[in-house]
Design a protein. Sequence first.
Length: 299
Amino acid sequence: MTEHSMSDQEQSYHYSVIARAIALIDQSDQPLSLDDLAAAMGMSTAHFQRLFSAWVGVSPKRYQQYLRLGHAKSLLAERFTTLEAAHAVGLSGSGRLHDLFLRWEAMSPGEFARKGAGLRIHWGWFDSPFGLALVMGTEKGICGMAFAAETGAEPAMADMRSRWPDAEYVEDPMALRSMVDAAFEQRGETALHMIGAPLQIKVWEALLRIPSGHVSTYSEIAQSVGSPRAVRAVGTAVGRNPVSWLIPCHRALRKSGALGGYHWGLPVKRAMLAYETLREDAASGKDGARNQAALAAAG
């Protein structure tokens, strides 16, 4: 076995461990101790602490604080983004997914109307921080990303294929690997190929203007796309986003601070919001000293 394949295998294993740990944390009604989490993962406490902190950015204890039920409301109060202002100061190009550079291109309305006819879409399954992910892409970029932790693999595949029923689908994860690695490791470059109706494209473009670690509301998104009274239609377009995580529909909340719906399950949405917020805090130094102390204690 080559050094490269060993590295890929180890990376996949780490993704799996962290995804399982996050799932356990999210499903528990009570905070889980570090010892209990490590035991569930079949690891020593120190090893699990180091691995979790390296991948997620903070300790398991701190992560659980971000997953509390009031997290969405506090985000709305402290990190609400007015989309026009964010666009004016250039946040659409700087705060999103940290070092990840996104290029995107939208399919024309005529191409969309053909339901994918003449389009070759590669697909593959990948490990992610949020469980098993189905990723699809054309020669222009990633066009679909689904998360199967809550829905299951077969329904996720059927859902994605139903969006472009006349396309040719080819299983080829290697054709997508570099873009997927950029997306989940948050470095490098990936491209998006947005395939949707004109209103959907406008809504998804608005979502891309919400910086990582921040949120907005469905009504604010409707306002930003010039349809302030069409909140329900905008909400439907948010829910039909085919490229979850990269087009961040998880950053859209209700005015009340409630999470609203999420196509791939609310536990996934909560995990994504917590993951981004804690990374934003760590990058800004808000939790830096705490993180270093936790790592030092672990090792």
